[in-house]
Write a protein that binds this ligand. Sequence first.
Ligand code: MBD
Ligand code: FE
Length: 283
Amino acid sequence: TRHEDEDAAVEAGTLATQRFNESGKLHSMEVSKERVSAIAGEVIQAINDVAVKHSVTYDEYNALKAWLIKVGTDGEWPLFLDVWLEHTIEDINSVERPGAVGTIEGPYYVPNAPEMSTPATLEMREDEAGTPLKFTGSFKDTSGEPLKDAVIEIWHADALGFYSQYAPELPKWLFRGVVLADEDGNFEINTMRPAPYMIPTDGACGQLIEAAGWHAWRPAHIHIKVHAPGYQLVTQQLYFPGDPHNEDDIASAVKPELMLDPNPRTDGGEGEEAHYDYVLARE
Ligand code: MBD
Ligand code: FE
């Protein structure tokens, strides 16, 4: 399991930090002096208020300093922010968008995964662990018309909770793909149903969780981005009803609209099938 690999957190964290630094997100940033002053000023004030409220000691202050330094050296700023802040940023910025419900992207997206036409099968190893999942769905616009040229990007962890390109020795594109829907806006993706997921516990974020007596679990989830030319991109995740961590996701990213409810396959194939319909809004 992941706990035998002592450097798992640092490995994943360092790669996630590198990926962020190389992403286009840095180039498109625009933050005015007024916003920096207002937001950074109030964040600093809020931290000071908490220190006063709890009469923070010098031992506690130095523990904080050591921990913040470790978040950086472990490369875990993307993990920390995506687990404990991104859900609020996503809520704020999706309130006015009609159509498919979104949620956080998380730290492990990789652009430019292999393109596949529908029906697609994601890359897997021989004897891949898990229950096969046939995931079908459709794309429509807000007036109910089927969407042409829609694309669904999908990425998820393997049965041990590892994401390809963030753990050693996994095939580069394991459980990652860019699937083109057919002319009627329908898609079919064959993969494995992912297992509940624990964020890396051997780095700074794990240290915080342990020190506070929290847990490190996310419910089983499939990450998705859907888009079509002229329509708004939606980033979301799909979850499974009954998962014990749907109610206490450490990343607070579960929403009732994001449930995928698999049933045994009715077409004679092995495993389960599930369906999800996407409505996309114009740009
Ligand atoms: C994940 O797989 C994830 O989706 C989030 C949000 C944080 C850490 C790991
Ligand atoms: Fe994830």
